[in-house]
Ligand binder design. Sequence first.
Ligand code: ZN
Length: 446
Amino acid sequence: MSDDVELVLRSTRVITPGGTRAASVAVAAGKIVAVLPHEAEVPAGARLEDFGDDVLLPGLVDTHVHVNDPGRTEWEGFWTATRAAAAGGITTILDMPLNSLPPTTTVDHLRIKQDVARGKAHVDVGFWGGALPDNVKDLRPLHDAGVYGFKCFLSPSGVDEFPELDQEQLATSLAEITGFGGLMIVHAEDPHHLESAPQKNGPKYADFLASRPRDAENTAIENLIAQAKRLNARVHVLHLSSSDALPLIAAAKAEGVRITVESCPHYLTLTAEEVPDGASEFKCCPPIREAANQDLLWDALAAGTIDCIVSDHSPSTADLKTGDFATAWGGISSLQLGLPAIWTEARKRGHNLEEVTRWMSTAPAALAGLAAKGAIEAGRDADFAVLAPEETFTVDPAHLHHRNQVTAYAGKTLHGVVKSTWLRGTQIADHGTPTGPTGRLLERQN
Ligand SMILES: [Zn+2]
């Protein structure tokens, strides 16, 4: 080991790109400089952190977080969101362009958000831009200013200041973004299917589910694939819920269409059958579907048709979760709970932590082009989560660092306790208690 090593992190179970092994990870100046044998000698002057049999995995990368700051800070904010992330083993988040005021749709707006985030970030924070019907001219400047790609909706977003694109506007924006090598990330629900679905107010989850049919997702994804193919555009499907769209996606990938897909802990661990009537903390769009649908989503993760699992953490105040599924705010809070929620279900289904690491760290980092994140190997940032995978805990909303302690996971007993989280070699959370803030604001490099 070289002389400038400051820190050595040791575990009998380190998850590396080459597999899980006993190792000592040497850190200098916030970077991993070597992954060494478990019993490697600790250099003079370096501190040893020995985690025993707890698992050392790369810090999670959550590319789908609605921080809502500034503008809707009663829903969330950079301070609270990044503390929740740190407590949950996440070391990098990318903030969605909408639900904040202003939305991230011009460079000026991006700078406003960065100014607000500065000094509050407990984890590293990057930003997505937004593609609106009237901001095509802003896309290139936003790309040059360091956003990681652009989000658009194909159906109403839920907030007036972030209108959706029709197919023609999508084509225009996609062509522009493709021209400078950018990425479009898409909320894929087709507005015509939503309009023609039965819309019923009230507390019944079945009515809400019927109002957001699978066909809305399937058609939007089919259209998106066609556009991506025609323009050779790079596109990403956000929060996939409908398993019916999987064959389309698999075929497109096999054909070489540049498409990636994410799903979220709620689609993968919660089912329509278990949502109590009136429990609008379970409302999100697209909706949580049936258990049989969920089985197919897991198969698609295993097959690589779905690339990543990210939170789509989209909180609101408790009063907006009205109990009426038609009018309640749609969005599920899970930033702090994503890793244990997914691990609990993954282990039941025979998946291991290497796969979970790929889905929740390596693949999201690759999606956004975060080359310093997503793996324990020399040259990457020294970002880690330390997990006791066999330990369990029961979700108590009072222990969440989210600004609003509303969660669909309340009372669930989950496997996987995050013992600590590390960002560039500095501990940023200890047994659920964040320290810091030492996060940085990230901008896309190249
Ligand atoms: Zn979202």
